[in-house]
Design a protein around this ligand. Structure first.
Ligand code: BUJ
Length: 663
């Protein structure tokens, strides 16, 4: 592979330039100093290819099979054959041409950004997920912990902005020492043309560098509402954060004016305390709630707001340009589901600014912390990098040394209160948005369950993929919930192994899971050996789909991009494949699922993506598994009922796999 790479004539020196500015920064202000610069692998990442048309249509039909009757399946098969003869080849050619002309991106990423930014629906519940941090028993004081998280976030920003954040790499070989790997990459960085060779060199170490094109939007960035299509805006010179409490806004610096050092942690803590000391009641008209509105509505209200006064436009500018938002909530509730509700939507949405790319949330009275992110700019891989870095750094190297918090001077001058002048029309809009959001969030049903009787290690010992076992549990739960049906299922899979890769869908409801549900889900489950064989078949089928998706060879994004091409094509009618009721049905996702298993994550979740669907955030650890399920009460679904079925499914799977391991 190394030999196949062409060496360009010019020698990029960005790595050396960067270390000049990073070398002015003391170690205590950085997370670490990467031996190679942050984008070391970026230019050499593989290009996400447009998949083969016949292969995608065949995979699409395989996903349709368990969802359709024989008659429906035969109609959809004919429509696909027609597509392959008529519109398909032309659209594929247009897509290939488009892909060629789009050298920096890939065939789907611009359409994917568009999908998010053109969506006019509220960001709340429709898009924004949350991830809550695991406990940190060594940091019992919640305000100290928050200070340390803010401090570590500032370290993250300085490390990234100065390009010494280690590139994101997925290591497949557990024996490879990270240190040795980076030393070798550093040696490579001395070779002219290394930017072309970098990916291939990593690949030889079974190390897979991941795309980092989303990272610039994690901090100092915001979504801006605009008519028809929103936009994203960055503020690379940002040094401050905005804190929200009771719907009010405060702003203060966390990076010093030199841009090279962090404000001392004790000062950050004093600034946080200063915000907490504000004894005014919660805002009667919390402006942030406007960001939860339909995007065209918010666009108009924002224009009114900005034009109403200079105070307003200055406050908007301060929020937009902040590094990130810190939202302090007051709840005393400690149940898992109450926390999930609080982090997912905060009830009436009064204490959030949903457009902000990154939001660190804290419920200080109970000492719980989480992150939520606006989804258009990026995906779970980029956010989980920040999440892990901040969790680990704030625990291992807390900015606040012990005892420091007791000797704090007030620091009121450095905290700016951000105010808004509101006329009657804006007040009325805020009141309406608040009511609408409260009604929507009150409709959300949410349940959490963790099962400690089974996990990754048993699944692996039985030769099964842990993720496939989790997905099969979800399928079986739905089979029981619905009285024997199979539903369109979406499992999110990252394609960050490719340049500007975002996600692909694993269609985890397969003919194999359907067969397993038939055998296991009846009043008399089939004998264990049959169940095991069916489970193994389901696991194998799911593993193949997972590999395909991660390699950019799923069908979802390909057909999505072909549909986008057909909409752009001058004068061409929309092919029947895209108006087929079966195509519409498979895209009305009933089971929307996503997983993240990391020690730093305590719990996480998101709402259903269709009115009658379920949102299932799940994890499988070494010896436990669990999920957070959401549903809308106004639909026929109940998250509690789903959870009861999920519990039954986990117990059944643990029993079947346990018997296999005992045999
Ligand atoms: O697929 C995509 O393009 C993006 C998806 C969209 N969707 C959420 C609709 C699937 N976005 C993501 O997948 C990001 C989601 C991030 C939250 C994931 C939460 C999973 C953790 C749950 C932990 C449950 C606790 C179990 C305890 C053992």
């Amino acid at each position: 592979l190394l030999r196949q790479c062409r060496v360009p004539r010019s020698t990029p020196t960005s790595g050396r330039l960067l270390s000049t500015s990073a070398s002015n920064i003391l170690d205590e202000h950085l997370l670490h100093r990467s031996p190679v610069h942050t984008e070391f692998f970026q230019a050499s990442l593989p290009h996400l290819k447009v998949p083969d048309l016949n292969a995608s249509v065949e995979k699409y039909l395989n996903s349709q099979r368990p969802l359709l009757t024989d008659e429906q399946f035969s109609a959809t098969t004919s429509i696909c054959q027609e597509f392959l003869k008529q519109d398909g080849p032309e659209l594929q050619r247009l897509l290939l041409d488009y892909d060629k002309s789009n050298s920096d991106g890939n065939y789907v990423s611009d359409f994917w950004f568009d999908m998010y930014l053109r969506d006019r629906r509220s960001l709340v519940l429709n898009h924004t997920p949350f991830l809550a941090f695991s406990a940190a028993p060594e940091q019992p004081d919640p305000l100290d912990r928050l200070t340390n998280m803010v401090y570590s976030s500032a370290r993250y920003q300085l490390t990234y902005a100065n390009r010494v954040l280690k590139p994101e790499v997925y290591f497949l070989d557990p024996k490879l020492s990270e240190e040795k790997f980076y030393q070798r990459m550093k040696m490579l960085s001395r070779i002219p043309g290394h930017s072309r060779l970098a990916w291939a060199a990593a690949y030889l170490h079974k190390a897979f560098p991941l795309d980092m094109s989303q990272y610039p939007n994690l901090m100092a960035s915001t979504r801006l509402p605009q008519t028809g299509r929103d936009s994203l805006r960055r503020y690379p010179d940002s040094r401050h954060i905005v804190l929200m409490r009771g719907g009010r806004f405060y702003s203060f610096d966390i990076i010093e004016p030199d841009g090279l050092s962090i404000v001392p942690a004790s000062t950050i803590r004093a600034r946080l305390s200063e915000c907490l000391a504000d004894s005014r009641p919660a805002a009667e008209f919390p402006v942030g709630v406007l960001t939860s509105a339909d995007r065209d509505v918010w666009t108009k209200e924002r224009q009114k707001l900005a034009h109403a006064s200079k105070t307003n436009s200055a406050s908007l500018e301060a929020i937009d340009s902040a590094l990130f938002l810190v939202c302090l909530d007051e709840s005393q509730q400690t149940s898992d589901s109450a926390l999930c509700h609080a982090f997912l939507h905060s009830g009436d949405g009064a204490n959030r600014w949903w457009d902000k790319s990154l939001c660190l949330m804290a419920i200080l009275p109970v000492g719980e912390f989480a992150v939520s992110f606006e989804h258009s700019w990026g995906d779970g891989v980029a956010v989980s990098r920040y999440f892990n870095e901040v969790f680990n750094d704030s625990n291992r190297r807390p900015g606040l040394s012990s005892g420091q918090s007791e000797s704090l001077a007030a620091d009121s001058a450095s905290v700016r209160r951000l105010e808004f002048d509101l006329d009657d029309s804006l007040k009325a809009s805020i009141a309406t948005c608040r009511e609408q959001l409260s009604a929507r969030t009150a409709d959300l049903d949410l349940d959490f369950w963790q099962f400690d009787g089974f996990g990754k290690s048993s699944a692996k010992r039985a030769g099964l993929s842990p993720d496939s076992v989790s997905q099969t549990a979800i399928q079986l739960a739905y089979y029981w919930l619905s009285g024997g049906a199979t539903a369109p299922t979406y499992e999110s899979c990252s394609t960050a192994a490719f340049r500007r890769g975002r996600t692909e869908t694993i269609r985890s409801a397969t003919s194999a899971t359907k067969e397993f549900c038939r055998l296991a889900g009846g009043s008399e489950p089939a004998p264990t050996d049959q169940l095991l064989a069916a489970l193994k078949a389901a696991s194998d089928a799911h593993s193949t789909l997972t590999k395909d998706a991660a390699m950019g060879k799923g069908w979802d994004r390909h057909l999505f991009a072909l549909r986008c091409m057909s909409e752009r094509r001058a004068g061409g009618a929309v092919p029947r494949l895209f108006t087929d009721p079966a195509y519409r049905k498979i895209n009305e996702i009933v089971l929307s699922t996503s997983t993240l298993s990391m020690p730093a994550v305590k719990i996480g979740g998101f709402a259903p993506v269709s009115p009658a669907g379920l949102g299932v955030g799940y994890a499988i650890e070494d010896s436990s598994m669990g999920c957070v399920a959401t549903a809308y009460k106004s639909s026929s679904r109940s998250s509690a009922e789903f959870m009861r079925c999920y519990q039954r499914a986990c117990l059944l799977l643990a029993d079947v796999i346990g018997k296999a391991l005992d045999a």
